[in-house]
Design a protein around this ligand. Structure first.
Ligand SMILES: Cc1cc2nc3c(=O)[nH]c(=O)nc-3n(C[C@H](O)[C@H](O)[C@H](O)COP(=O)(O)OP(=O)(O)OC[C@H]3O[C@@H](n4cnc5c(N)ncnc54)[C@H](O)[C@@H]3O)c2cc1C
Length: 474
């Protein structure tokens, strides 16, 4: 048959195929609908998908995955899109699967301390549902009001309290995953890798950044809510004294749940905003939290306050009262939002270093950023050595993005040299894929490539992520 000119565009044939897989209204293809899916938290890198699908439930997602291979385009999973590493974006085009409708908390089991949740449940919704039962789920990325458990598991998210409690991988008992041909696998369950679901490959799934399968639901481990929480805020005149405080805290028997830091540039940002809270100019701010059984925690309060003073702080404040604790957290919590207001674009880097190298690596960030005339603010999880230098820039100004990328590269090189690694919690995505050979040699890379290929041989799931040459070939 001769095709009447002009031939139908590829996109319309894709949308036709998608309409056969999902009910009406669950497939988005108009440019206005797709515009909101072009980027993640790294807003300056844009990749428009060809289509977005929003399955109503696991059945619809399975139906979509069943026919996805035949679509011949990449498939990219997306929760809330808050990733800061370029993860849930259609870097090679294709279909984004948005999980926003799959948000049922299916079970909270307070006897066995686990819950069963769908992948689109937001972290804060889970927290709110757990609280009346006297239990909690510890991983706490600051994006909690919107980020989803699916995104958290796929990027092995961390957060402020992960210094003591550990990151997401410590709390995932089971993962239900749909493969590209629609087959459903359960890796673990309420009993972890024991009991009925012995295929204990869940650790493989955690942190896989959407490259292996689509996760539909999880079984998560819970803990009893701590009886008592004390929050401390202290400021320090220089890097040497704040570093001494961090080292002393890490070794202290109170075993803090959180040790967070804001550098003087972060302090200046907060103090020049409506969120000002009276922090001394030029100071480094530490935010520390201890929690646990009431009698035990109360007995340790003074020794933590003394430790903070002895390390060189002249203004240590602490409280166990909720309203006061919120005030002490204010500068730390406000900093994320303020960063977004200071410049058209910003990159939050994410690297882990041994704590002994903290001062050296922070100095490198300042030196590199100052030399390139790029503003840098550090707000990070100091207890775990999880650095987050924020580089503020304007991607419309020629050369600015290149400068930031060069600083990031030098930072990552140094991070590796001091014994650290490329990501503490945000994942690799396509932002840091070029740095993978800094850490992994050819043998390791060959094995790592083989794993996603076993799940989807043509690399159809989230191509160009984690490994920059991992491209989908239809
Ligand atoms: C202000 C702010 C603060 C942040 N603070 C923290 C922090 O403290 N700690 C931290 O770890 N992160 C933090 N982040 C980063 C981000 O919020 C986390 O990485 C979070 O886990 C992403 O969740 P999401 O639902 O937005 O996932 P998305 O961004 O949508 O996706 C992230 C990755 O998961 C994959 N994915 C999503 N859903 C599924 C699924 N159902 N099946 C398979 N793969 C899936 C995607 O393909 C992508 O690779 C922060 C981000 C912002 C904007």
């Amino acid at each position: 048959m001769v095709c009447p000119s002009p031939c139908p565009p590829v996109k319309s044939s894709l949308s036709l195929s998608l309409s056969a897989l999902l009910p009406r209204g669950r497939v988005l293809t108009s440019p206005a609908q797709l515009a909101g899916y072009g980027a993640d938290g790294l807003g300056y890198k844009k990749y428009l998908p060809d289509a977005v699908v929003i399955p109503a439930d696991a059945e619809e997602l399975i139906g979509f995955m069943h026919g996805a291979k035949a679509l011949g385009v990449p498939v990219v999973m997306r929760g809330a899109g808050t990733s800061l590493s370029g993860g849930p974006v259609a870097a090679q085009g294709g279909v984004i699967v948005h999980t926003s409708a799959m948000k049922t908390i299916r079970r909270i089991n307070t006897d066995g301390f686990w819950c069963e949740v769908e992948c689109g449940v937001t972290l804060n919704d889970l927290d709110a549902a757990l609280k009346p039962h006297g239990v909690f789920y510890p991983p706490d990325p600051s994006s909690g009001p919107v980020c989803t458990l699916g995104g958290n598991v796929a990027s092995n998210a961390g957060g402020a309290h992960c210094f003591r409690y550990g990151v997401t991988s410590n709390y995932v008992l089971g993962v239900e995953a749909v493969m590209l041909d629609g087959r459903v696998h359960r890796f673990g369950g309420p009993a972890g890798g024991r009991g009925a679901w012995r295929e204990d490959w869940k650790r493989f799934m955690i942190g896989s950044e959407g490259t292996l399968a689509a996760f539909t639901r999880f079984w998560l481990r819970l803990l009893p809510l701590p009886e008592k929480v004390w929050t401390f805020r202290a400021t320090y005149p220089d890097l040497k004294t704040v570093e001494a405080a961090i080292h002393a805290l890490v070794a202290h028997p109170s075993y803090p749940a959180a040790i967070e830091m804001l550098d003087p540039r972060g302090v200046a940002m907060v103090e020049s905003s409506q969120m000002a809270c009276g922090l001394p100019e030029g100071s480094f701010m530490l935010l520390v939290e201890i929690d646990g059984p009431e009698a035990l925690v109360n007995a340790r309060v003074q020794s933590v306050a003394n430790l903070l003073r002895q390390a060189g702080s002249a203004d240590v404040m602490f409280s166990d009262k909720d309203d006061m604790r919120q005030k002490l957290w204010k500068a730390r919590k406000a900093s994320g939002g303020l960063l977004g207001q200071l410049s058209p674009d910003y990159v939050v880097q994410d690297a882990v270093i041994p704590k002994r190298a903290l001062a050296e690596v922070l100095q490198l960030v300042y030196d590199e950023a100052d030399a390139a005339d790029i503003r840098a603010v550090n707000v990070f999880h100091a207890g775990d050595g999880n650095l987050h230098p924020n580089f503020l820039f304007d991607s419309r100004v020629p050369g600015e993005l290149e400068k930031v990328e060069l600083i990031s590269k030098r930072l990552m090189q140094r991070v590796i040299e001091v014994g650290g690694t490329l990501s503490g919690e945000h994942g690799i995505g396509n932002d840091k894929s070029a740095y993978m050979p800094l850490v992994f040699g050819p043998d390791s890379m060959r094995l790592q490539w083989a794993v996603p290929a076993a799940f989807n041989p043509a690399h159809q799931m989230n191509p160009l992520k984690v490994y920059d040459h991992r491209r989908f070939i239809a």
